[in-house]
Design a protein around this ligand. Structure first.
Ligand SMILES: [Zn+2]
Ligand SMILES: [Zn+2]
Length: 286
């Protein structure tokens, strides 16, 4: 079986403080590759991730916005966050790995062509899609977004682009525009209803669209006790991971990139991330 890639850069903050060590024996498996990035002050590893080149950023974000991100002081972290998604997409397309989990410090989906916010600076999925189009001639992409909030940046970037199916689960009203699909999720939703909604909607859309690769903007900020709490249990995310991996197996030979988005709790990160990577790498499927 083709390996799973884990893309990781060393960052500050609470939520990922225990990583990569918290992955434990996952890192020793032959079917898992770790690609990491060190800040310049740290020694080099054999799998260094390079930050995203400025030319690649400018294909998605206007130069003036990139300058504004530089002024926030989070530029380096934003570059490495997007770099993980870009590198994962390239390595999947060149046949080195089958799927990937990307640790980010700053997520994707609130970053549009000329705006950013909500802890998102650059849209890694959009940058990766540009690269796959240009370098590999890929033509069809799906982005599934289950962060609790609406992905206004991703929506704006793809609302006139029929080559990308974007499905966003959030509290906004349900609508559909040119393969951008918003699915309304009620507040205080039960796990079973959420899962049923997922099966009824994104499974159907993705199967009809037939993407060559699926990006999953996975946030856990809708989990009980999180800042975007809509009542989801931690286990729901594992069920979703099983469903989405199965869908990728069916539709695009397993090509799937999970991008860590919202969520702040360290205990949830420690519980969920190793389990989701286990599902992705089919290490111990139950
Ligand atoms: Zn969010
Ligand atoms: Zn939405």
């Amino acid at each position: 079986m083709m390996p799973t890639g884990i893309f990781f850069y060393y960052q500050q903050g609470e939520r990922l403080r225990d990583f990569p060590q918290a992955l434990g024996e996952i890192l020793e498996k032959d079917d898992v590759f770790l690609y990491d990035a060190f800040y310049p002050s740290k020694p080099k590893s054999s799998f260094d991730l390079e930050p995203v080149a400025i030319e690649a950023l400018h294909k998605v974000h206007v130069p003036e916005m990139v300058d504004r991100v530089k002024a926030t002081g989070n530029y380096e972290g934003a570059l490495y966050s997007a770099a993980g998604t870009l590198a994962a997409a390239v390595r999947i397309s060149s046949g080195e790995i089958i799927n990937a989990f990307v640790f980010t410090g700053y997520g994707d989906h609130h970053a549009g062509s000329d705006f950013f916010g909500g802890g998102c600076y650059f849209n890694g999925a959009a940058i990766a899609i540009h690269e796959l189009q240009e370098r590999f001639g890929a033509k069809r992409f799906a982005i599934i977004d289950t962060d609790a909030h609406h992905g206004d940046g991703t929506w704006q970037l793809f609302e006139r682009n029929p080559t990308v199916l974007y499905i966003c689960f959030c509290s906004g009203s349900s609508q559909e525009k040119n393969h951008n699909v918003n699915i309304h999720v009620p507040f205080r939703v039960r796990d079973s209803s959420y899962l049923a909604l997922a099966k009824d909607t994104f499974q159907k859309w993705v199967k009809v669209f037939e993407p060559e690769i699926i990006f999953w903007n996975w946030g856990y900020d809708g989990t009980i006790g999180e800042y975007g709490d809509i009542g989801l249990s931690p286990e729901l995310h594992l069920q979703m991971a099983r469903e989405i991996r199965k869908l990728a197996d069916e539709v695009c030979s397993g090509r799937l990139i999970i991008i860590l988005c919202g969520g702040s709790r360290r205990d949830y990160a420690n519980f969920l991330i190793p389990r989701i990577i286990t599902i992705l790498a089919k290490l111990a499927m139950v």
